[in-house]
Design a protein around this ligand. Structure first.
Ligand code: MD6
Ligand code: FE
Length: 213
C-alpha cells in the first residue's frame, strides 16, 4: 500500500443533504482518465484565467464538452469555443464520462448527462477561494467532481459565505457528488501542500462535470 492509499476505499461518506464523497471511486480507471486529461490539455492548453476583479487564478483551467466555463474581467460564463483558439472545446473522454455517470448513479442521481467538464490543474500552493457554482443553466442536475494526484483539503461550507467550513481531505481517486439541497453550498480548496504523487508527480487534477445548458 502506498502513502496515498486511503484506508476507507469504497466508503460512501455523506457530507450534507444530497452530497456524498465516494472514497476511491475513480482509483481503478485513474490511469485512463489521466491519459484523457493529457489529450484535453494538448488540444486546449490549461491557463490561469482572470477573475472579474482582475486577479489571476492560481489554478490553471481548461474544459472539455460542448460548453466550457470561462472567466475574464467581463465576468463568468459558459462558452462553446475556447476563447484562446476559437475552436470548440475537446470532447469529454469516454472513460471519464462513464465514471462521472456511474458516480452520479451511485449517489442517487440517475441519468446524469453532463455537457461540460471543467478541468482544474493545481500545483503546490494553488488554491480556490470559497465560491458557489451557479452559472449552470440546469441547477437541478448535480455536479460530479473527480480528484486525482496530490491530496487536497476541500473546504465545505454552508449556504452563507460566512458559514464555518469543514475541512475534508480529498485523495487520489476520491469523487464528490452533490446536488439537491446542497447544490449551492459554498466550497473551496486550501492551498495545495507540496508533495510527489506516484501517478501525477507534483500535481493535483480535479474534474467537475456539470449540466451547463
Ligand atoms: C476542486 N472543486 O476540487 C474544486 N465545484 O478543485 C470545485 O470547485 C467544485 O469539486 C463544484 C462541485 C464540485 C467541486
Ligand atoms: Fe466549485
Amino acid at each position: 500500500m502506498d502513502l496515498f492509499d486511503g484506508e476507507d476505499h469504497g466508503a460512501r461518506v455523506a457530507l450534507s443533504d444530497g452530497a456524498w464523497v465516494l472514497r476511491g471511486f475513480a482509483r481503478d480507471p485513474a490511469e485512463a482518465v489521466l491519459a484523457e486529461i493529457a489529450g484535453i490539455a494538448s488540444a486546449a492548453a490549461p491557463r490561469h484565467l482572470l477573475v472579474p476583479g482582475g486577479k489571476r487564478m492560481s489554478v490553471a483551467m481548461t474544459n472539455a464538452g460542448s460548453l466550457g466555463w470561462v472567466s475574464d474581467t467581463r465576468g463568468y460564463r459558459y462558452e462553446a469555443c475556447d476563447p484562446q483558439s476559437g475552436q470548440p472545446w475537446p470532447e469529454i473522454g469516454p472513460t471519464m464520462m462513464s465514471l462521472a455517470r456511474a458516480a452520479a448513479d451511485s449517489a442517487g442521481y440517475a441519468q446524469f448527462a453532463p455537457d461540460a467538464c471543467l478541468c482544474n490543474f493545481y500545483e503546490p500552493g494553488a488554491r480556490m477561494s470559497l465560491h458557489r457554482d451557479f452559472d449552470e443553466g440546469d441547477l437541478s442536475a448535480p455536479i460530479v467532481s473527480i480528484s486525482l494526484g496530490l491530496p487536497a483539503t476541500f473546504l465545505w461550507g454552508g449556504h452563507a459565505r460566512a458559514d464555518r467550513a469543514r475541512r475534508i481531505r480529498l485523495a487520489h481517486g476520491d469523487v464528490v457528488v452533490w446536488g439537491g439541497a446542497s447544490r449551492l453550498v459554498y466550497h473551496g480548496v486550501a492551498p495545495l501542500a507540496d508533495g510527489e504523487h506516484p501517478a501525477t508527480g507534483r500535481m493535483r487534477y480535479n474534474l467537475t462535470f456539470r449540466k451547463a445548458r
